[in-house]
Design a protein around this ligand. Structure first.
Ligand SMILES: NC(=O)c1ccc[n+]([C@@H]2O[C@H](COP(=O)([O-])OP(=O)(O)OC[C@H]3O[C@@H](n4cnc5c(N)ncnc54)[C@H](O)[C@@H]3O)[C@@H](O)[C@H]2O)c1
Ligand SMILES: *[C@@H]1O[C@H](CO)[C@@H](O)[C@H](O)[C@H]1NC(C)=O
Ligand SMILES: *[C@@H]1O[C@H](CO)[C@@H](O)[C@H](O)[C@H]1NC(C)=O
Ligand SMILES: *[C@@H]1O[C@H](CO)[C@@H](O)[C@H](O)[C@H]1NC(C)=O
Length: 390
């Protein structure tokens, strides 16, 4: 009896000690991490998993990149402040990949140094695809500071944060606008960069920051200079939905679709006396699916201490007239076209020489039929008259 009592009592004591111990451990842990313990999958590196920070991932090109990265089993964090992107695109991506540790969305402004520092200290990124920017040539001339701030200064912040947190790989979105008006076509990576508007200059400055820094670091860098991006997800999950107020700044594909839907009365083609086959300007249109494929290949082949610079275009120019004809066929609408005199600042012909990316990254554009790319984009546009809002 006595014996049993003693045993019971010591069991009881043991339980009390254990409970007190556990409480102490919890208090200790709680004190050490005052912030709630969030999705740990994003905060630690995991062997075999590449965690990519996609800035501007709610935007047109960024959202398509996220879709492809998730499909290829990457872990993705989107940072976007939705100033020009769409929460609707993020929701679709979250719906497609709801499993923990696949996709997280962080609402933040990349111009906010403290916010950027917090994001990099709380997450373990292996690579950054830096898409976030403002990207309209006309607007850049009217509001140059908006461009130097949101392109150059924000890129500097990102690169500093990457360096401070030892993030190894950067894929940077640059543009053929950094070349300005070269006198020889096609444009190769050796073509001198003499940008002629704040957009091109801000991107060139960002490239310079990245290239100078890379000489002093072991970062793996790929700079991709895109030509004119068109198209959308062939499976119709994502599309291009710029803010209505940016329509005026517009890109030709958006204007064609707006004309086909009767939102604007028709298209104005400015300049029919250029020295090109039919007198209208010639541009190199690259489908977003091909463009993202170039990013994934660039990410896979980026190597420490090196900067790879590549044009991403088809190598073939199409005239504005050809573009409009393809758009008429894709939409089935006989879009009204007015021919006007030249707009200052436009140059006759721009197209890429994609030999370097073909050879070094084994990348080739596959969606090179304008009508097909525009048909895919039109399907989404027709079903989303208000963009991601329906
Ligand atoms: N669309 C083209 O034809 C083209 C051509 C060449 C290069 N590019 C480059 O590709 C990139 C993506 O372009 P896009 O057409 O997808 O543009 P977009 O406007 O659709 O996407 C940009 C995204 O970045 C976000 N963003 C901008 N500033 C931000 C900030 N301070 N903080 C957080 N988020 C911010 C916006 O909200 C938006 O979601 C840009 O860097 C652009 O310069 C585009
Ligand atoms: C996005 O960031 C800019 C600064 O770059 C800020 O002025 C703007 O208010 C922000 N937009 C939103 C919707 O938070
Ligand atoms: C860009 O920078 C300016 C400050 O120069 C800011 O007012 C603006 O909101 C920023 N963001 C965007 C998306 O333009
Ligand atoms: C290049 O890509 C093609 C597919 O587009 C593939 O069939 C081929 O094996 C690749 N070549 C090399 C050397 O990786």
């Amino acid at each position: 009896m006595d014996f049993v009592e003693t045993k019971r009592r010591s069991n009881f004591t043991r339980k009390i000690v254990l409970a007190a111990g556990i409480t102490a451990v919890f208090i200790f842990l709680f004190k050490r991490s005052p912030a709630p313990i969030t999705s740990t999958k994003f905060s630690a590196h995991e062997p075999g998993v590449t965690h990519v920070l996609v800035t501007g991932g709610a935007g047109f090109i960024g959202s398509h990149a996220v879709l492809r990265l998730l499909k290829d089993s990457y872990r993705v964090t989107i940072v976007d402040n939705l100033s020009r992107g769409n929460m609707g695109a993020v929701k679709i991506l979250q719906g497609l990949y709801p499993e923990p540790g696949r996709l997280q969305f962080i609402y933040a402004d990349l111009g906010d140094a403290q916010a950027v520092e917090k994001i990099f200290s709380e997450n373990a990124f292996d690579a950054v695809m830096h898409f976030a920017a403002v990207a309209y040539v006309g607007e850049s001339t009217a509001e140059p500071l908006r461009y130097y701030h949101n392109i150059t200064s924000n890129t500097l912040l990102i690169v500093k944060a990457m360096a401070a947190h030892n993030v190894k790989t950067l894929i940077y979105s640059s543009t053929c606008a950094t070349y300005g008006e070269p006198d020889k076509m096609p444009i190769t990576e050796e073509t001198p960069q003499v940008p002629i508007n704040p957009y091109g200059k801000a991107k060139k400055m960002s490239e310079d920051i990245i290239r100078d820094f890379s000489k002093t670091s072991n970062m793996a860098v790929m700079i991709l200079r895109y030509f004119n991006v068109i198209g959308s997800d062939p499976e119709g999950r994502l599309g291009e939905a710029p803010r209505p107020e940016l329509r005026e700044q517009g890109r030709i594909s958006g204007a064609c679709f707006d004309a086909a839907r009767g939102i604007i009365p028709g298209l104005k083609i400015r300049g029919t006396d250029y020295k090109t086959s039919d007198g209208t300007c010639v541009r190199d249109y690259i489908d977003v699916t091909d463009l993202i494929d170039a990013h994934v290949k660039a990410l896979a082949q980026a190597s420490p201490g090196k900067v790879g610079i590549y044009n991403v275009g088809t190598g073939k120019g199409s005239s504005v007239k050809e573009f409009v004809e393809a758009c008429k066929k894709a939409t089935g609408v006989n879009i009204k076209v007015d021919f006007l005199s030249r707009r200052p600042g436009d140059y006759a012909e721009v197209y890429s020489d994609p030999a370097k990316i073909n050879n070094e990254l084994n990348w080739t554009a596959k969606y090179t039929n304008l009508e097909e790319s525009l048909s895919i984009a039109w399907r989404w546009q027709r079903e989303h008259r208000n963009g991601y809002n329906g």
